[in-house]
Design a protein around this ligand. Structure first.
Ligand SMILES: Cc1cc2nc3c(=O)[nH]c(=O)nc-3n(C[C@H](O)[C@H](O)[C@H](O)COP(=O)(O)OP(=O)(O)OC[C@H]3O[C@@H](n4cnc5c(N)ncnc54)[C@H](O)[C@@H]3O)c2cc1C
Length: 332
């Protein structure tokens, strides 16, 4: 009997250790519940495992993608040809009002742990799904606040897994739903945030209030799969008569323009505009990425025709992007 040459799976497994999966359906890892399989997938539970996974992919010349909670992601129906590394590093260490947190920690769970320690400053964000790392990547926020303003420093790794370093918040150039990571990718491993002392009863009340507002206005993503707001609010400077600004920002909400174009309830296949919010797309059953992209094109075209402005996607696309013809949407 001859020896078998180790394949990619063997070599990845040797570098990463336990937990490597082949042909993992990515729809199981996104809140949109859309997307084909990743050739390879691992949920990395420690910094060493995550760095080893990125490095192994680099050595094997395999594309890699770092996944958080999958709440801002539309995955191609063909999936991803490479290794998806889910950040599952969740350690939390408190030191007075400063906290170090693993970037795979669930954001809401982390906010609740801060509340248990009588630490205020993040309750406004209760209900933003996903991980702490995903929040930092896109400088997630609402009500005019964002996570970047609480960030002190982050420990990151280069995408090839070759260098780990700690970068001060100023490096990240946080802006509206933006950080330098979108232009110079790094894997966020852990970060240090500065919060402030508060009254746990008041923090709990704010968390409950924010969750209730979302329960009323937003789809419950565990029941009605979605990736949240699909388009970015308009750049500051865009004004049209009678259009309001988003609370705390000088930006016109994309939803207002989409409402003016009567987008609520539009549907392509099982991709649908949420009945209560024109800037949220939901998966009403077995939506494909193609359905979602076709619906988004129709919405963009309507806004372009009426307001002469191009909406920009907030949700990111993973995998090979298909060309989409503007199929006819129907009203639900
Ligand atoms: C119902 C609903 C409501 C939402 N409300 C809001 C809101 O109010 N405000 C808001 O800003 N967003 C909102 N979102 C969008 C989304 O929740 C945020 O953008 C969230 O911060 C994304 O985090 P994630 O871990 O899910 O990232 P993912 O979707 O997993 O990834 C998004 C991007 O971040 C990168 N990334 C993830 N983790 C890391 C890491 N550790 N290091 C480097 N890069 C990383 C990924 O590579 C990818 O490019 C909402 C989404 C839903 C479904």
């Amino acid at each position: 009997m001859g020896f078998r040459t180790p394949g990619i799976g063997d070599r990845l497994r040797a570098a990463i250790g336990e937990g490597l999966r082949a042909q993992e359906p990515l729809r199981h890892h996104t809140t949109f519940r859309v997307g084909g399989p990743a050739d390879w997938f691992v949920a990395a539970r420690s910094q060493d495992q995550l760095v080893a996974a990125l490095r192994a992919a680099h050595d094997l010349e395999l594309p890699s993608f770092l996944l958080g909670g999958g709440s801002n992601l539309l995955v191609s129906d063909e999936g991803f040809r490479g290794l998806v590394v889910k950040n599952a590093i969740e350690d939390v260490a408190f030191d007075g009002a400063t906290v170090q947190v693993g970037c795979g920690a669930d954001y809401l769970g982390f906010i609740e742990r801060c509340c248990d320690q009588a630490l205020a400053g993040l309750a406004y964000a209760a209900g933003i799904p996903g991980s702490v790392g995903g929040a930092i990547y896109g400088n997630a926020g609402c009500y005019g606040q964002d996570i970047g303003s609480r960030t002190v420093e982050c420990t990151v790794c280069t995408p090839d897994g070759l260098r780990v370093e700690t970068l001060a918040a100023s490096w990240f150039e946080f802006g509206y739903r933006d950080s330098r990571l979108k232009r110079e990718p790094r894997a966020l491993l852990s970060c240090v945030l500065r919060l402030e002392r508060g009254d746990p009863a008041l923090i709990t009340a704010e968390i409950e209030e924010k969750l209730e507002i979302r329960r009323v206005k937003h789809p419950q993503w565990r029941i009605e799969p979605t990736a949240g707001s699909y388009f970015k609010n308009l750049p500051s400077g865009f004004e049209a008569p009678g259009l309001p600004f988003s609370p705390g920002t000088r930006r016109v909400p994309a939803g207002v323009l989409l409402d003016a174009c009567e987008c609520r309830g539009l549907r392509v296949g099982d991709a649908m505009v949420f009945a209560k919010h024109a800037n949220i797309l939901v998966n009403a059953g077995r939506a494909t990425a193609h359905d979602v992209l076709a619906l988004a094109e129709i919405m963009k075209a309507r806004v372009r025709a009426k307001f002469g402005v191009e909406l920009e996607e907030e949700v990111m696309f993973l995998g090979e992007r298909p060309s989409v013809s503007t199929a006819t949407a129907r009203s639900a």
